[in-house]
Design a protein around this ligand. Structure first.
Ligand SMILES: Cc1cc2nc3c(=O)[nH]c(=O)nc-3n(C[C@H](O)[C@H](O)[C@H](O)COP(=O)(O)O)c2cc1C
Length: 365
């Protein structure tokens, strides 16, 4: 398995959806950082199942238990290990899934890769549940970054064709990011919420699911973070975001939109602001040039596919009996992953940015 990442601030995620517990180990954190558990729990709740009609009804409290690396509320500098118990698993829902491969899920590829020994219950280590430890890790990093003036937040940009307003790429206020990152169904323009929810409800009623796009931003990032070629900010953040199950595309700034622009429209002209700081008048490059931060807002979008486990009958194969089969997925599944994936995208950006900051600062002292 390859469930660890980071050059300086390293994160390892462990566990399976229906095992005893899931968790993470965060290594390389600066010592003496105050950790506000209540604030982390707000982020955990944004991702937790069972709290919104767009989510699965699996009820997990997702309260992380810190096992090491924190003393008297502050990081010690030793590896920080956190455990999240699994309490509401219903594994009998998964008996037939060891034979019948869910289209769109990792049952088949997991079976091939791990020779049939992988835990298929609840998706095992491939489950979206494994993003809970990521939200914990990101919650820790987010607090450390905020103390250094960096703010991260995101919103649901699109669900099945219903679209929120985009971030203004040159003017993202920390207050907006703080509001968005404290909400469950985060939107810049809340008037689109009903239409989005209707799309989810209608798919759910038909035993189906929908996907969408999340857009995240980070501000207060100093210019000069990252390196060219393979050490770029895009290179460092994309693996983290693609580590989130169901993410199938990531774009920075104008992203694929660059295809229809001319150079004169795509370039971000330089200027000085009132305080003499270098800024760009537009921000199509999403705050990154040559893999290195410009100091403008970092803008990232991730597309989340429709939840693979759907109640509608689907064509598949029985891998044990080697025959064609019909599958109707039972069990509890999110009719739309997008709202729950959003805090995870924010969390991994926090993890990646803290790691990148450590490249340049060689420690935080
Ligand atoms: C927060 C979250 C919740 C998820 N919930 C479900 C779910 O209820 N049912 C499901 O089939 N997939 C769910 N997924 C997606 C699968 O885990 C994912 O599609 C699968 O592992 C295959 O990986 P891939 O889509 O990245 O190729 C969820 C993903 C996330 C991030």
């Amino acid at each position: 398995m390859s469930s660890n990442i980071g050059a300086h601030v390293k994160c390892t995620v462990f566990g399976e959806s229906h095992g005893q517990a899931i968790g993470c180990v965060l290594d390389g954190l600066p010592p003496g950082e105050k950790i506000d558990l209540e604030e982390i729990n707000i982020q955990m709740k944004r991702r937790a199942p069972g709290l919104d009609s767009t989510s699965t009804t699996r009820a997990e409290s997702d309260i992380p238990k810190i096992l090491s690396g924190v003393l008297n509320g502050r990081t010690t500098g030793a590896p920080l290990a956190a455990l999240i118990e699994n309490n509401d698993q219903k594994s009998k829902d998964y008996d037939e899934l060891s034979r019948l491969m869910r289209p769109g899920h990792a049952d088949y590829t997991g079976h091939v890769r791990y020779k049939g020994y992988n835990d298929v219950r609840g998706g095992g280590h491939f489950s979206g549940r494994l993003t809970a430890p990521l939200v914990f890790a990101g919650g820790v990093c987010r607090q450390i970054l905020r103390r250094r003036g960096v703010y991260i937040g995101g919103h649901i940009l699109e669900i099945n064709g219903e679209r929120d307003s985009d971030f203004d790429p040159v003017r993202v206020e920390p207050e907006l990011l703080e509001r968005l990152s404290s909400q469950h169904f985060s939107l810049i323009d809340s008037s689109v919420e009903q239409a989005m929810r209707q799309k989810v409800e209608s798919a759910k009623k038909q035993g189906d699911s929908v996907g969408g796009i999340v857009e995240a931003a980070a501000v207060g990032i100093p210019a000069g973070l990252g390196s060219p070629m393979f050490g770029g900010v895009e290179n460092r953040l994309a693996p983290l975001i693609f580590g989130i199950p169901a993410v199938k595309g990531v774009e920075f700034g104008a992203g694929f939109g660059f295809a229809s622009l001319r150079g004169s429209e795509a370039n971000d002209p330089f200027d000085f602001d009132d305080k003499g700081n270098v800024v760009t008048i537009s921000n199509n490059n999403g705050g990154i040039l040559g893999g290195i931060t410009t100091g403008m807002p970092l803008i990232v979008r991730a597309v989340i596919k429709p939840t693979p486990s759907i109640a509608r009958p689907q064509h598949t194969i029985d891998i044990k009996n080697k025959c064609k089969a019909k599958l109707q997925v039972r069990g509890r599944h999110d009719p739309c992953i997008v709202p729950r994936a959003l805090p995870v995208v924010e969390a991994v950006i926090a993890l990646g940015l803290l790691d990148l900051m450590n490249d340049n600062l060689k420690g935080f002292d």
